[in-house]
Design a protein around this ligand. Structure first.
Ligand code: TPP
Ligand code: SF4
Length: 249
């Protein structure tokens, strides 16, 4: 007899999936939705979407959603949370959005310790606009604007956002997770749920970076993209908790 082992999270809209094969955006949307379901916060949650492929988070997650212009999601989320303190507010941002034009927004929201949750999807490239170098592109990684590979002498060293935010006093939680295999997916889910839980408890700014694939612009098969995260990305972007609130798990 067939046994149901998985069903679509309630907070995910039942619609055709449009991301590229092997892209992790859809999987990460699912983890956010599962956390929202389990904490029973869908009715009071407001999401803020980015520019970039993840902009379509507003089509998939069945909560109130807003879209912010490039990099401004933390500022928009700050406004929503301050106007509606009982709401649970999260941003969902790619690395081009958050770590390029949005650098100042994320630093200052974190420095203020805003009681919001940031889901930062690091796929080391500008996905939607055709695979240009992002602040997070690895040294040696080829992109459309670095066909010979990123050169540290020319483009600088990639920005490690968790490490940078971890120099600030106010953030309550900073964690880097990945979704390149089942064990890491389970841990990613746990951290995303904790981030929302801490916000519910009013503990302040919670930040979860998720190492993620872009097989299309990495010019790799989905399987090779998983290996790239495992071998290359996680070497430069270690998967670890940088900061957890007192008494947090
Ligand atoms: C104000 C503004 N500036 C620039 C753009 C162009 N733009 C759209 S998506 C994007 C890059 C997004 O890359 P990333 O945040 O890494 O997301 P991904 O597509 O990889 O998920 C850029 C520069 C825009 N849409 N709006
Ligand atoms: S371009 Fe990259 S980030 Fe965008 S949907 Fe395709 S795989 Fe995902």
């Amino acid at each position: 007899m067939a046994m149901k082992v998985y069903s679509r999270p309630q907070s995910i809209v039942d619609m055709p999936f449009h991301y590229c094969p092997g892209c992790h955006h859809g999987l990460i949307h699912g983890l956010v939705a599962e956390a929202i379901d389990e904490l029973e916060i869908a009715k009071k949650t407001v999401g803020v979407g980015p520019v970039g492929c993840g902009v379509f988070v507003y089509d998939y997650i069945d909560t109130d959603m807003i879209q912010a212009s490039h990099g401004r999601a933390p500022a928009v989320a700050t406004g929503v949370k301050r106007a509606l303190p009982e709401s649970i507010v999260f941003t969902y941002q790619g690395d081009g959005d958050l770590a390029a034009i949005g650098t100042s927004e994320i630093i200052h929201a974190a420095a203020r310790g805003e009681n919001i949750t940031v889901i930062f999807v690091n796929n080391a490239i500008f996905g939607m606009t055709g695979g240009q170098t992002a602040p997070t592109t690895l040294v040696g990684q080829t992109t459309t604007t670095a066909p010979q590979g990123r050169l540290e002498e020319v483009e600088g060293a990639p920005i490690q956002v968790c490490e940078m935010l971890n120099t600030l006093q106010k953030p309550a939680m900073i964690s880097r997770v990945s979704v390149h295999n089942p064990a890491n997916i389970m841990k990613a889910k746990k951290r995303i749920k904790s981030a929302f839980q801490y916000q519910l408890e009013g503990r302040g700014f919670t930040f979860v970076e998720v190492l993620s694939s872009c097989p299309t612009n990495w010019r790799m098969s989905p399987l090779d993209a998983l290996r790239f995260i495992d071998k290359k990305m996680s070497a430069y972007y270690p998967i670890q908790d940088f900061r957890m609130p007192e008494g947090g798990r």
